[in-house]
Design a protein around this ligand. Structure first.
Ligand code: ADP
Ligand code: 5GP
Length: 206
């Protein structure tokens, strides 16, 4: 591991809990990059190809699975979503922190492939508030909103597999906590400490 090695942060939580809103703030940091997923879901109004997602057909998605292009993928709410491998390793090697906004199944796949990844779960203050946010966002039909809400509690029950949780009550407090986690993880004593010790040795002429 080189000294500049970045970290992979997985952000998960029920649909409408505020993951996208929190990630948008974290990405203001120049050392942080978002992993743009591939999906078969149709774009929402305002979503930009290559920024929010790579929007593909199911056939294109399956071809990417065959070519082993994904770090993980999963079927979520009847659509396929996957994390492209491309760029992630290169960006980590350049010392960038990478943020993945992915569902719990994907988070667990990442954890087993890359145990050093840091998993953060975003909780809503209550299920009633989750409903209010998802309905207030007004991006899905009511039937899809109900499906997403119907899965929320089962997703929350998997939180024990995660490293951290944040209750997204007040957005500013939630973002502050996410930044604190990212910053603390960067100070972890890990293999990179060997490089730091080496620098002291060089300075002392050892
Ligand atoms: P997710 O990415 O988890 O599906 P979003 O970030 O799209 O969720 O947030 C869902 C809705 O809730 C959006 O309309 C967003 O503006 C709103 N929202 C996010 N965080 C908060 C918060 N702390 N308080 C109130 N509304 C919020
Ligand atoms: P949405 O349709 O609201 O953008 O996303 C629906 C769910 O899919 C969210 O929980 C989101 O985190 C998840 N998701 C987005 N991209 C990926 C991905 O690449 N892999 C997995 N496993 N889940 C993803």
């Amino acid at each position: 591991m080189n000294r500049k090695q970045g970290k992979l942060f997985v952000i998960s939580g029920p649909s409408g809990t505020g993951k996208g809103t929190i990630c948008a703030d974290l990405l203001k940091d120049e050392n942080t990059r978002f992993s743009v997923s591939m999906t078969t879901r149709p774009p929402r109004e305002g979503e930009v190809e290559g920024k929010d997602y790579y929007f593909v057909t199911r056939e294109e998605f399956l071809a990417n699975i065959d070519r082993e292009n994904f770090l993980e993928y999963a079927e979520v709410f009847e659509n396929m979503y996957g994390t492209p491998k491309d760029e992630i390793m290169r960006r980590l090697d350049k010392g960038r922190n990478i943020i993945l906004d992915i569902d719990v199944q994907g988070g667990l796949q990442i954890k087993s492939a890359m145990p050093e990844a840091v998993l953060i779960f975003i909780l809503p203050p209550s299920l009633a508030e989750l409903r209010a946010r998802l309905e207030g966002r007004n991006t899905e039909k009511q039937e899809i909103v109900e499906k997403r809400l119907g899965k929320a509690l089962n997703e929350i029950k998997l939180i024990s597999e995660y490293d951290y949780y944040i209750v997204n009550d007040d957005i500013e407090t939630a973002v502050k906590k996410a930044k604190a986690i990212i910053s603390s993880e960067g100070c972890r004593v890990s293999d990179k400490i060997k490089m730091i010790i080496k620098n002291y040795e060089n300075e002392k002429g050892e």
